[in-house]
Design a protein around this ligand. Structure first.
Ligand code: AMP
Length: 268
């Protein structure tokens, strides 16, 4: 595996023009969810590139940028074990040098839900993803269903700006009790972790209510209301890329968790 810390090094590592390139963008603190993306890329690309970059532009004031978990050595070991070809690990100043002034704003998918809760978040996401696409020039880019609105935003970006790459969506990887894996789960106390399982349970109840012809958001809210250690931020049905998704964000103490489930059946 080659480790590229600068744009120049990444371009040199990817100089071979004929191979198909798969990009897995991450913020590090890697877990089995990220590994599923790498595995999907490995299965169909000759060259697999993982980026590890805690993108300051997608964190708002007062969010967890400073304390976001970072463990470069562990990430490198995991990337090596996953048979990654190139790890792109730039410093923030490499991607946002002094004088950087161009931002990508995606309307539509980039409004409401996460965008309403985290103003500027998707502007940071869309901008860094477009930069990564321009640096790595992937044929395919891999994203997790866990961040469903992010996928909708990137799909809109790819369509609107005529980017020549395919997006691949990988199903959410979960712990045994259903909690979606997330780097932020490391923040949870034992008690918060126990409470957090109400989030996937609420979404499952919502999906079930939907199948039965009921109101998915109301059913999910009822489950969340019974768990006093979680505070719901939003529980909403969204239509992204032609698919109805029940998406929710909750707070467990100071940790914000998001998850979603695709709605199938009666009203889909
Ligand atoms: P992050 O490092 O949290 O920014 O995530 C990087 C990529 O991994 C994004 O495309 C996420 O949607 C994806 N991802 C994060 N958690 C999971 C998970 N539990 N299952 C599948 N993909 C995930």
């Amino acid at each position: 595996m080659r480790v590229a810390r600068t744009i120049q090094e990444a371009r040199e590592a990817l100089a071979a023009p004929t191979a198909s390139v798969g990009l897995v963008p991450t913020m590090g603190a890697l877990h089995r969810g990220h590994l599923a993306l790498l595995e999907a890329a490995r299965a169909e690309c000759e060259v697999v590139v993982a980026s590890v970059f805690v993108n300051p532009a997608q964190f708002g004031d007062g969010e967890d940028l400073a304390r976001y978990p970072r463990d470069e050595d562990r990430d490198l070991r995991m990337l090596e074990e996953a048979d990654t070809d190139v790890a792109f690990m730039p410093e923030a100043a490499e991607l946002y040098p002094p004088g950087f002034e161009t931002w990508v704003d995606v309307a539509g998918a980039g409004e409401g839900l996460e965008a309403a809760a985290r103003p500027g978040h998707f502007r940071g996401v869309a901008t860094v993803c477009l930069k990564l696409f321009n640096i790595v020039r992937p044929d395919r880019a891999y994203y997790g269903q866990k961040d469903a609105q992010q996928i909708a935003v990137i799909a809109q970006l790819v369509r609107d700006l005529n980017l020549e790459l395919e997006l691949r969506v990988v199903p959410t990887v979960r712990d045994e009790d259903g909690l979606a894996l997330s780097s932020r789960n490391a923040y949870l106390s034992a008690e918060e972790r126990a409470a957090a399982v109400a989030l996937p349970r609420a979404l499952a109840a919502g999906a079930e209510a939907h199948r039965a012809g009921g109101d998915p958001a109301a059913a999910a809210c009822a489950v969340l209301a019974a768990e006093s250690r979680l505070a719901a931020d939003y529980v909403e049905v969204a239509r992204w890329n032609g698919t109805d998704v029940l998406a929710a964000a909750v707070r467990a103490g100071s940790t914000r968790l998001i998850d979603n489930v695709v709605l199938q059946g009666k009203h889909a």
